[in-house]
Design a protein around this ligand. Structure first.
Ligand code: CMC
Length: 391
């Protein structure tokens, strides 16, 4: 008989694993705040790096602090030349999320002398290295998949500009930056920067609670994010929309199949564990989708299918009763596609967005004197003691 267990909670629906000062969500009201600041205001007025600072250090940076932070991140963008060869060992068909996670794990081997989780200087430099190098690794994963040469970062460019150039520039001609694209991507990254104890952040905390370093914890977080019920949903949404378009079955028939739970088919990009009202991030993404596509001169019928699907589902009792609304992943894919990213890069963009949140949580966990190694209980339902034959 097991003693001391007070409950069984599949999926941690009712169990808090920690206290946290970083992000506040009210799922009933559709509220999301980072360190007290509403997501709508941050998306409108801030930048990825400023929000990263806010999440990690707890306050908005002064202009000098932000300039210094930006400068330090820029100075860490280069990858060791040997690490660049790591990409050659992987097939060009490799999913960029697997490449990203393994390259982050590999990155740690270059910094074994400066990745002690209990040394504040090591944590600081690891934070900068990860923020600077993850987008470079991501862009190389993209370049590898399309058979193009890797570019060196250009540190005269800001964070988002550099990332776009590394993805879409080439050796033969100068890359022309499109300001609308830069701002749109910056906003999308801000929207993804944190979301309290979601599956990947909980993974980062759990791995970190064992005393593993930040690289290992982030590498594990990337794997957790890759699943289609989590960050992988943005890729799955686009595949779903394309299938609806290609099959010609129409939105109504597709929704009927979802409701019958035929082969486990779900309306990807719908539903959320916490939001039982509209996801506030989805609201912002939806509002900007038309404007971004228009400014990029893209007319994508998949956006029309997405809108029709949303309208249809919102009026349907199945979705109303279960309080299922579009989440952040529903419209992002259509925008990423318009920006020129291949579908398999969508979750990688989510990972770059989420990185500051993961780092902030790992650091908060590491500084919290209450932290213990994460070790869930179980209710054993297997065989009672029995004798091994002949024993
Ligand atoms: N399509 C159809 N039915 C759904 C959906 C959906 N997208 N989501 C939930 N349901 C149904 C589910 O089948 C269940 O029905 P019933 O009561 O008849 O068994 C009911 O709604 C409750 O769902 P649940 O699975 O118990 O809810 P959960 O809180 O465990 O799961 C979720 C949340 C996000 C995993 C789920 O809604 C889902 O699988 N959505 C699709 C994947 C997706 O878009 N994920 C991205 C989430 S937001 C960004 C992120 O976290 O990365």
């Amino acid at each position: 008989r097991q003693t001391g267990l007070t409950g069984l909670d599949y999926g941690f629906v009712n169990t808090a694993s920690t206290r946290s000062e970083i992000t506040y969500i009210d799922g009933e009201q559709g509220i999301l705040r980072y360190r007290g600041y509403p997501i709508e205001q941050l998306a409108e007025h801030s930048t990825y790096l400023e929000v990263a600072w806010l999440l990690i250090y707890g306050e908005l940076p002064t202009a000098d602090q932000l300039a210094d932070f930006d400068d330090k991140v820029r100075r860490h963008t280069l990858l060791h030349e040997d690490l660049k060869r790591f990409f050659s060992a992987l097939p060009h068909t490799a999913h960029p999320m697997s490449v990203l996670s393994s390259a982050v794990a590999a990155l740690s081997t270059y910094y074994e002398g400066s990745s002690d989780p209990h040394d504040p200087d090591h944590v600081e430099v690891t934070t900068l290295r990860l923020l600077a190098k993850l987008p470079v690794i991501a862009a190389y994963a993209h370049k590898k998949s399309v058979g193009q040469a890797f570019l060196y970062p250009d540190n005269s460019l800001n964070f988002v500009e550099n990332f776009l150039r590394l993805n879409f520039g080439n050796m033969a001609e100068p890359y022309v930056l499109e300001p609308t694209l830069v701002r749109a991507l910056d906003r999308l990254l801000i929207l993804h920067e944190d979301h309290e104890q979601n599956a990947s952040t909980s993974t980062v905390r759990l791995v970190g609670s064992t005393g593993a370093n930040l690289y290992s914890s982030i590498s594990a977080g990337i794997q957790a994010l890759s699943g289609p019920l989590h960050g992988g949903a943005n890729e799955a949404v686009l595949q779903m929309l394309a299938r609806i378009q290609d099959s010609g079955e129409g939105v109504a028939k597709f929704v009927e199949r979802v409701k019958r739970k035929e082969d486990g088919v779900k309306l990807m990009g719908f539903g959320h564990r916490v939001y039982k009202n509209y996801d506030p991030r989805a609201k912002i993404v939806k509002e900007s989708a038309d404007a971004v596509l228009e400014s990029l001169g893209v007319n994508d019928p998949l956006l029309d299918i997405a809108k029709e699907l949303e309208q249809f589902a919102l009026q349907d009792d199945y979705f109303k009763e279960r309080r299922l609304y579009p989440n952040v992943d529903f419209y992002t894919g259509v925008i990423y596609k318009a920006m020129g990213f291949p579908t398999r890069m969508f979750t990688v963009l989510f990972a770059i967005g989420r990185l500051p949140g993961w780092i902030a949580h790992w650091r908060e966990m590491n500084l919290d004197p209450q932290t213990k190694i994460g070790r869930p209980q179980q209710l054993y339902t297997g065989a009672p003691e029995r004798r091994y034959p002949g024993a």
